[in-house]
Design a protein around this ligand. Sequence first.
Ligand code: KIV
Length: 278
Amino acid sequence: MRVTVGQIREMKQKGEKITMLTAYDYATARLIDEAGVPLILVGDSLGMVVLGYESTIPVTIEEMLHHTRAVVKGAQQAMVIGDMPFMTYHAKIEDAIYNAGRFLKEAGAQAVKLEGGQSMAETVRRVVDCGIPVMGHIGLTPQSIHQLGGFKVQGKSPEAAVRLVKDAIALEQAGAFSIVLEAIPAPLARVITQKVSVPTIGIGAGPFCDGQVQVISDLLGLYTDFVPKHAKQYARLYEIISKATSDYIREVQQGTFPTEKQSFAMDEGLLEGLDKEL
Ligand code: KIV
């Protein structure tokens, strides 16, 4: 049975910490699903860590649907959440409903995530009214980096802190089943977590959130262009991949790969007279 919105809400009530990881492909989704992560986010961070873009802004809905389909195939238990890319839910509420629906209908996701607080509350309400679970996302919202002036910690002034608390309450009232808090001071994340009944999932928001999310490429040490302060490398796959690749190049050049073990045999007698046939 796949994880449900009700189970995620219940985890907060029971005080069980929630984990979420991003995934962008079948193989990774399968591994992290088997390891037991209850929430898998197909984040638009894929723009940077998979597609090599400078930000999440150029990511298209077709790219998101393509990767979400692969993740859904790999994950049997976890709830898969598709991240709505920039400009697929901003211009009109009808666009938001239609595009959120595509994640469920065409990619098989169970929920969507979108960025924004009070200004997005009505959009969230209308999408939820259509039966589509929505995860909110406030604080550092990467689709607004040009407005925010870069990847900066949010909510540091009293006014900004109040605004973020109001954003979280507005999302809860609109029906969001959980809220990502990105790059906000830990004490403020604690206040928000106490003020709302839905789970908060932090990234760079300290230990007091109901759950944590990490970008899988940061966690595994795969993406080294930029390692954010909030990321912890639980593995250093870049070292393993670099070594494996140079070992392979060396062995091919030396003629020590492939060996008999990786080759297919045949009765060489069948090759006799081959020249005459050519
Ligand atoms: O796109 C993403 O991966 C995200 C997480 C960092 C929350 O939005």
